[in-house]
Design a protein around this ligand. Structure first.
Ligand code: RTP
Ligand code: MG
Length: 135
């Protein structure tokens, strides 16, 4: 089934010059970019995006990280796009993520892990509306 999913190329990827590398993996897989924007977010947008995590111990440093510089937000579309993107991204912790995934190949951190992908159809709908209200 064709789905849309919300992806963030996080500030660490922008700082490290990996936007093209990350984008090329999604494009090579066959996913279509239907929206894309370079943006620096404030704490309010971070809290709205990560609302399920705001009470957790790891959230304050995560908020500092995602607001630390520009990121690239995009909407990708394709067959089973939500699950496909999460597989391409790899496990949350870059030290444990499988080689061949974005995090497994390019991250050595549990926080600075380069990418975000929506984790369910409900999350995708909510996150796309949050980041791209005109879509
Ligand atoms: P994402 O939401 O960014 O796609 O990542 P995910 O589903 O793989 O991981 P999630 O559990 O939703 O965590 C969101 C982001 O928070 C940071 N994190 N830090 N223990 C920690 O220090 C910790 N755990 C998670 C990561 O940046 C993770 O992607
Ligand atoms: Mg998540």
């Amino acid at each position: 089934m064709t789905q849309r999913t919300l992806v963030l190329i996080k500030p660490d990827a922008v700082r490290r010059g990996l936007v093209g590398e990350v984008l090329s993996r999604f494009e090579a897989k066959g996913l279509s970019i239907v929206a894309m924007e370079h943006r620096t977010i404030d704490a309010g947008q971070a809290d709205a995006h990560y609302h399920e995590h705001v009470e957790k111990d790891f959230y304050p440093p995560l908020r500092d990280f995602v607001t630390s510089g520009p990121l690239v937000a995009l909407v990708l579309e394709g067959d089973e796009a939500i699950e496909v993107v999460r597989a391409i991204n790899g496990a949350t912790d870059g030290r444990k993520a499988a080689p061949g995934t974005i995090r497994g190949d390019l991250s050595l951190s549990n926080r600075e892990n380069l990418v975000h992908g929506s984790d369910s159809p409900e999350s995708a709908e909510r996150e796309i509306a949050l980041w791209f209200p005109n879509l």
